[in-house]
Write a protein of this length. Structure first.
Length: 402
């Protein structure tokens, strides 16, 4: 009997992972594909952080840690949240996990009952709706518009909330759009949340340091009345170029955090002891990640500026300039419906991405994966030279479509 559980059957595999894997396989077979599909910084982990990990191994710091994470790291996280986010937590209100992804799924599983609704503004990070499904909850997708910088319309939010609404998942700066929620808009959202006592907010702040001035980051839990109602998720992968270390965390009221820890104690136990030592070093780099992080953010900004300018030169393309993260979410829908000899019809974001991979040898992700088929996502976690080559290839591939 090869049948699988209904739980697994209800979940879609991650399209971003699938495209990254396909692009990697092509590169390995000798096709010179430029990969702009993955959501990970192209930088090495800053040396001081890596050294802390190496020292942990040398010193035999290689055993299980406490399930919720070492006290040393949780204290460092509390300090960070106080200094940078104006949030007061104690170590028993923090659970450290193997990446923010684990923090998120545990939070969704901990608070949702079957039939609950989880509001996810689209374009969304691919995993949010699937996490809701894994919890037997129903994802409720709220569309946003490029002309509104992909920010949630509070009126639409208000009209969508029902008695079954348990969670609203916010992600700012956003993957895939790079949008940053202004404080004023968050305050409007908080005002609505306050009226619905059963509604909790998961605030995914993993890109907080990758933000381009004058945009600034506001932690949702820091807004009046929202501390009790918010589970704040953050991690080390993006800001500190630590994707492979697998380290993230959640902070919130003890009642919920204890529940997240209970799940973790049966799933995986504590995160890697080595990574946790490295995490302490990362938080020791200073406010905003210090110079190591600001150097990376400067490079991301240069790339963003280059790409926005380059794509704005292409007729029929629409862009909202991202204020954070390292993605561009570009509307290419004016190219849909065109026929190309030797390929067929470009029907949607998926066929456009297949076309760009086949003819342009550039791997990008279809917007359909993020709940918006008019766009494609380009990750600019690649050198400026690589991005210049990618733009040339994309422009050339688009010629037969114009
Ligand atoms: N949240 C968002 C919005 C992301 O883009 C990612 C990674 O792609 C994660 C969470 C998970 O990060 P990690 O599990 O590496 O900490």
């Amino acid at each position: 009997d090869i049948s699988l559980s209904p739980r697994v059957n209800s979940v879609k595999p991650s399209k971003t992972v699938a495209i990254s894997d396909l692009a990697t396989a092509l590169v390995q077979s000798g096709v010179p594909v430029i990969r702009l599909a993955a959501g990970e910084p192209d930088f090495d982990t800053p040396a001081a952080i890596a050294e802390a990990g190496i020292n942990a191994i040398r010193e035999g710091y290689t055993r299980y840690t406490q399930n919720a994470g070492t006290l040393e790291l949780r204290e460092a996280i509390c300090h960070k949240l106080k200094e940078e986010n104006d949030l007061t937590y104690t170590p028993d209100q923090i659970v450290v996990s193997n990446g923010a992804k684990q923090s998120l799924i545990q939070a969704v599983l901990a608070v949702c009952s079957p039939g609950d609704e989880v509001i996810v503004p689209a374009p969304f990070w691919v995993s949010y709706p699937e996490m809701a499904r894994l919890a037997d909850a129903t994802p409720v997708i709220l569309p946003t518009r490029l002309s509104d910088d992909f920010l949630l319309d509070p009126k639409l939010l208000e009209s969508t909330i029902t008695e079954r609404t348990r969670l609203l998942i916010l992600c700012s700066p956003s993957n895939p759009t790079g949008s940053v929620y202004p404080k004023k808009l968050l305050e409007e959202i908080a005002h609505i949340v306050a009226k619905h006592p059963r509604l909790l907010v998961v605030s995914d702040e993993i890109y907080e340091h990758i933000i381009y001035a004058p945009a600034t980051h506001t932690s949702f839990a820091s807004l009046p009345g929202m501390w009790d109602r918010t589970l704040t998720v953050n991690g080390f992968s993006k800001a500190f170029a630590m994707t492979g270390w697998r380290l993230g965390y959640i902070a919130g009221p003890k009642h919920f955090i204890t529940a997240c820890g209970k799940l973790q104690s049966q799933f995986t136990s504590g995160a890697s002891s080595i990574s946790q030592k490295a995490g302490v070093a990362a938080l020791g780099l200073g406010k905003g990640g210090g110079e190591a992080v600001s150097t990376m953010v400067k490079a991301f900004r240069e790339r963003r500026d280059f790409l926005v300018k380059s794509f704005r030169e292409i007729d029929g393309v629409k862009i909202s300039e991202p204020q954070g993260a390292f993605y561009l979410f570009i509307d290419f829908s004016s190219f849909y419906g065109r026929e190309v000899e030797g390929f067929g019809k470009i029907e949607d974001s998926e066929s456009l991405c297949r076309y760009l991979l086949d003819k342009g040898q550039v791997a990008v992700v279809p917007g359909s994966a993020f709940g918006d088929d008019s766009c494609i996502r380009i990750s600019y976690a690649a050198s400026l030279t690589t991005l210049q080559a990618a733009v040339e290839r994309i422009k050339k591939a688009l010629v037969p479509l114009t």
